[in-house]
Design a protein. Structure first.
Length: 251
């Protein structure tokens, strides 16, 4: 797939900075916790061109004047965030990106912009994904199957400082609050420091032999750590172990 780089869409009203009052001589600082919060710099991380158009239309319908950055991959979004000249007021992130998980994008955005309102817009509706997104820093989660009106309302709620979520997914948050799914802290206490370190190296794609060399331990010790990781994370493969660890915020 030929992916274009980050760009500012030229077809929407939100591409340009406008001021609602002619007497305004400079831009007023925008804060997410303000009741009058109006995002002027929006990031949309979405690889589906058709849904990208839907989001653009929703943003336009809200009368938001400013810049909307569109990225088709997670890597593009994270690269954009590294530009100190780029400030963001709101982010809409898909989870099913072609290169890296949208969860990783959310984590990167949260590190770069601690107070940024982030909402997931995805077709993925599993309990694991919802909880992982919230733990990573998302403040809202809606499905692409929701109506355009529902998506519009969710963005409005996010702008008001609320935490919009598709009703069908809300039960997952109650389970998390009630402790039914366990906590990452519980798992973290079960893992030894060396097991966590092994897990981190595996998540970067290192082979067992490379992990042994980096950690300065025998290959058999790495294999022993991995068997413990599988057991403690209730995983059957390296990919599943890494995925579960990321979902629980361990790595």
């Amino acid at each position: 797939m030929n992916m274009r780089g980050p760009y500012i869409h030229g077809g929407y009203k939100s591409t340009f900075f406008k001021y609602s009052c002619d007497a305004m001589s400079q831009e007023i600082p925008i804060h997410a916790d303000s009741p009058r919060f109006i995002p002027r710099r929006i990031l949309v991380v979405e690889d589906n061109p058709l849904f990208e158009q839907v989001i653009g239309q929703v943003i336009e319908s809200l009368g938001i004047d400013g810049k909307t950055y569109f990225c088709q991959t997670g890597s593009q979004a994270l690269s954009l965030c590294e530009d100190n000249k780029v400030g963001l007021d709101l982010a809409l992130v898909d989870l099913g990106l072609p290169d890296i998980s949208g969860i990783e994008v959310i984590r990167g955005l949260r590190r770069r912009y601690p107070d940024l309102p982030i909402m997931v817009i995805s077709v993925i509706s599993t309990e694991r994904s919802v909880l992982a997104a919230v733990r990573a820093g998302a403040r809202g989660y809606i499905l692409k199957g929701d109506s355009k009106a529902a998506i519009t309302q969710a963005i409005q709620e996010l702008m008001l400082g609320n935490y919009p979520i598709t009703p069908a997914l809300a039960r997952y948050l109650f389970k998390m609050a009630g402790g039914a799914t366990g906590t990452s802290a519980d798992t973290e206490h079960k893992l030894s420091p060396r097991e966590l370190e092994t897990l981190q190296h595996l998540s970067k794609g290192h082979k067992y032999e490379e992990v042994a060399r980096i950690m300065g331990i025998a290959l058999s010790t790495v294999q022993y750590n991995i068997r413990n990781l599988y057991r403690k994370l209730d995983a059957n493969s390296q990919m599943q172990a890494v995925t579960k660890a990321r979902d629980q915020g361990l790595i």
